[in-house]
Design a protein around this ligand. Structure first.
Ligand code: NAD
Ligand code: UGA
Length: 463
């Protein structure tokens, strides 16, 4: 089958950037990204590509280069499905908030809706690609929905999980460590796999394109996220021991990271990992293990989440304890709200939980984040439903200028590792604060010696 039209259902953090890069690297392909969310589609189509809904270094340039040529954003889902030969599904797969598996299993209702819509609309044979992160064996359910339409259309389901990280999405997409494609090991399945391999081979060396059966591909994605998160929880667990013993977690991480079998990446102790995926994907893995009766496997991976929750909690508790056991009426300034630098995404950010705990202790929390709006900060807090939206609005405020945000504060907490925080005039910040002036560096990014010399009381994570 000669492929000239593809579409992607879901114009989010994965669908948008992934399709923009495919469009850039495959000028002969027409790429349409569709979403039910009209507001999101309008933002993707904003005349000024700086206003696209997702902030990622380099992304607005790729969109500017391709949009209107071979990249299109639309809310006409059915038309896009009908015209495309390959359909990527990149919708959200959040943790279930109701019914069986509540709080653990992945909610597949959006995936199922896509499958039903494809089944309804498709008039000719299609390749359907799971780009969303899904529980192992989801392709079976999609296939069952698609194969029961009775209209004679043949579908091939491929699993092609995405490994990009936010903040580095464009470079990850341009230079991926690997592309993983799982498909049926039948002649038709292998043909479909090759079709997708050929698309990626436009810019990814073929030896980095790995093909497997569907189940291995689905499970590899959950496994990769579980391993990455496990490293963070492992180093965070040791950060607490460092604080008790006088060891410095940065030095420990460096020492173990030089062992080539361990490697230096993902060993940065922090206030805890956030993001929309690590927690939900591990909970999903735990749920799957439990549903097969593998209690020990489930417990083993659940500990990664338990450790992360502990790390977030103990960060807020540490602030209260150091500020003489009360933060009531004290101004605590958060530098950073996004779950990591170089993104405007705040999903599951440790900042939300730390702020919530401090507000419960009656602190006045002020926030500065270069990419997150006051509206988003309030919405994130409201989602926790700890108190009324009115009460949240009274307890938290945000500033567009970091120096204003820090003025008169009793303490500053670093929640996101934005590079610009290291470049601030810390002497000036110190002079504007209440004394003693405290810094709680939840990312270990500031120069401890320099800050102590200025007069700050500095506390890092595990150092
Ligand atoms: P997102 O919430 O940013 O985007 C999903 C989009 O799908 C939303 O805009 C939503 O409106 C749309 N949508 C839902 N149902 C739809 C339907 N039936 N028709 C049309 N549009 C629909 O989510 P995301 O962060 O892009 O994640 C998508 C998937 O990719 C998830 O499974 C996630 O686990 C996985 N993933 C995410 C990342 C990441 O960095 N965010 C990385 C790798 C994998
Ligand atoms: C992660 C994975 O890295 C991607 O490969 C995967 O595709 C993606 O999840 C997904 O499936 O959604 P992402 O969550 O965007 O990507 O960002 P990461 O760089 O992994 O950071 C996750 C969290 O861990 C952030 O809060 C970050 O600050 C924290 N982190 C990371 C640490 O605390 N220490 C580290 O050493 C590394």
């Amino acid at each position: 089958m000669k492929i000239n039209k593809i579409c992607c259902i879901g114009a989010g953090y994965v669908g948008g950037p992934t399709m923009a890069v495919i469009a850039q690297k495959c000028p002969d392909l027409t790429v349409t990204v569709v979403d039910l969310n009209q507001e999101r589609i309008n933002a993707w189509n904003d005349e000024n590509t700086d206003n696209i809904p997702i902030f990622e270094p380099g992304l607005s340039e790729v969109v500017a280069e391709t949009r209107g040529k071979n990249l299109f954003f639309s809310s006409d889902v059915e038309k896009a499905i009908e015209e495309a030969q390959v359909i990527f599904i990149s919708v959200n797969t959040p943790t279930k908030t109701y019914g069986k598996g509540k709080g653990m299993a992945a909610d597949l209702k959006y995936i199922e809706l896509c499958a039903r819509q494809i089944a309804k609309v498709a008039k000719d044979n299609k390749i359907v690609v799971e780009k969303s992160t899904l529980p192992v064996r989801t392709a079976e359910a999609i296939k069952s929905i698609l194969d029961n339409t009775g209209n004679g259309v043949q579908f091939q389901i491929l699993s092609n999980p995405e490994f990009l990280a936010e903040g580095t999405a464009v470079s990850d997409l341009l230079n991926p460590d690997r592309i993983l494609i799982g498909g049926d090991q039948t002649p038709e399945g292998l043909k479909a796999i090759n079709t997708l391999v050929d698309i990626y081979a436009n810019w990814v060396p073929r030896d980095k394109i790995l093909t497997t059966n569907v189940w291995s591909s689905e499970l590899s994605k959950l496994t990769a996220n579980a391993f990455l998160a496990q490293r963070i929880s492992s180093i965070n667990a040791l950060s607490e021991l460092c604080e008790k013993t006088g060891a410095d977690v940065n030095e420990v991480a460096r020492a173990i990271g030089m062992d080539s079998r361990i490697g230096p990446k993902f060993l940065k102790a922090s206030v805890g990992f956030g993001g929309s995926c690590f927690k939900k994907d591990i909970l999903n893995l735990v749920y799957i293990a439990k549903s097969y009766g593998l209690q020990q496997t489930a417990d083993y991976w659940e500990q990664v989440i338990i450790m992360n929750d502990h790390q977030k909690k103990r960060f807020a508790e540490g602030i209260v304890k150091t500020l003489y056991n009360t933060v009531a009426g004290k101004k605590i300034t958060f530098l950073g709200w996004a779950f990591k630098k170089d993104t405007n995404d705040t999903r599951e950010s440790a900042a939300i939980y730390a702020a919530d705990d401090l507000i419960s202790e009656q602190a006045a929390v002020c926030v500065f984040d270069p990419k997150v709006s006051n509206k988003k900060i309030l919405a994130d807090l409201d989602e926790l439903q700890t108190r009324t939206p009115d009460k949240n609005a009274q307890s938290i405020s945000s500033f567009e200028n970091p120096y204003e945000a820090c003025k008169d504060a009793h303490a500053i907490a670093i929640l996101t590792e934005w590079d610009e925080f290291t470049e601030y005039d810390w002497q000036k910040i110190y002079e504007s604060m209440q004394k003693p002036a405290f810094v709680f560096d939840g990312r270990n990014i500031l120069d401890k010696t320099k800050l102590q010399k200025i007069g700050f009381v500095y506390q890092g994570i595990g150092s």
